[in-house]
Design a protein around this ligand. Structure first.
Ligand code: NAI
Length: 286
């Protein structure tokens, strides 16, 4: 059984990934509203797939039936793999794992979906830090194939093998990463966004830069991507990496991004972003 903690954008998407692949999933959130709305949000995510013929109505109902929303961490005790997707704050993640660890079997794996925190730091203070690793899904989790598998220096090979096998069985491409800031993708992506933001500061427009990159073969331009992820999340990731890398110029935090966040135009979640109509559907894997 797979357990997911946090039923926000990422947690619900991760729950969908596993439920859709046939696994039994239990999920929880500290917010009663998030728990109550999770089944209907999952249905809303699946219905368009049925409508376009990517999934049968029966498969949708079966997927929905494999997600059980529970009220407390105690209800996650039988899990083989627990993935936390709660707030991106070290103390919050440490507290969740500290509460959870004594409830689980000794060989259960505790995975964090952190995109910027040290996995080793999250494991600190636990009795079985060897069972802790990172499983970094990308947004939107049901669409993006890649999952970064992050080992901290004390992660056990058995835990890594178990997490890899379960995630690959859910149809993902799993790439091993060291526990370094930005792992692989966020590290490579920062300078990419940065050059696009530098061009905006030099007077080019976001839509024209996106159009150029898409005509060059990219599925989405840098600004459509920022709109999809959220300018606030993008800023936090850039600031985190910049700090972790000693303010190296490769990870410069551009004013154009700060101004975008200050203006509240965060992208899809606010209905307005760098690109005027960011509500367009994300790329679909099917
Ligand atoms: P979100 O804000 O949409 O959802 C977080 C959920 O966790 C909320 O429903 C909240 O009620 C719940 N929560 C917070 N503290 C909790 C606790 N102590 N116990 C139980 N539930 C708790 O956030 P989102 O975007 O889903 O991010 C979650 C994690 O995934 C973060 O670590 C983030 O850095 C990471 N991540 C986010 C990506 C993104 O593009 N949004 C991409 C990859 C990773």
């Amino acid at each position: 059984m797979i357990a997911v903690i946090g039923l926000g954008a990422m947690g619900l998407g991760i729950a969908q990934v596993f439920a859709q692949s046939g696994a039994s999933v239990r999920a929880t959130d500290q917010s009663p509203e998030a728990r109550a709305s999770a089944p209907s949000r999952l249905r809303a995510a699946l219905e368009p797939r049925v409508a376009k013929g990517a999934m049968t109505a029966e498969a949708m109902e079966a997927t929905l039936s494999r997600l059980t929303v529970v009220d407390s961490l105690e209800d996650l005790a039988p899990a083989d793999l627990v993935i936390e997707a709660v707030a991106e704050r070290l103390a919050v993640k440490q507290a969740v794992f500290a509460t959870l660890e004594p409830l689980l079997a000794a060989n259960a794996v505790l995975a964090t979906n952190t995109s910027s925190l040290s996995v080793g730091a999250i494991a600190q203070g636990l009795t079985r830090p060897g069972q802790v690793l990172g499983l970094h899904f990308f947004n939107p989790a049901p669409v993006m194939k890649l999952v970064e598998l992050i080992a901290h220096p004390g992660t056990s090979p058995e835990a890594l093998a178990q997490a890899r096998a379960l995630t690959e069985a859910a149809g993902k491409v799993v790439i091993s990463c060291a526990d370094r800031p930005g792992f692989i993708v966020n590290r490579c992506a920062r300078p990419y966004y940065g050059e696009a933001l530098a061009l905006v500061e030099e007077g080019r427009s976001a839509p024209e830069i996106d159009a150029a990159m898409m005509a060059h073969g990219y599925k989405l331009g840098p600004f459509a991507l920022i709109d999809l992820i959220g300018a606030d999340i993008n800023l936090a990731a850039t600031e985190g990496l910049s700090a972790a890398m000693g303010q190296h110029p490769r990870y410069h935090v551009f004013q154009a991004l700060r101004a975008q966040v200050a203006s509240g135009k965060l992208g899809r979640k606010t209905g307005s972003g760098f690109i005027s109509s960011p509500a367009a559907a994300p790329p679909d894997a099917d």
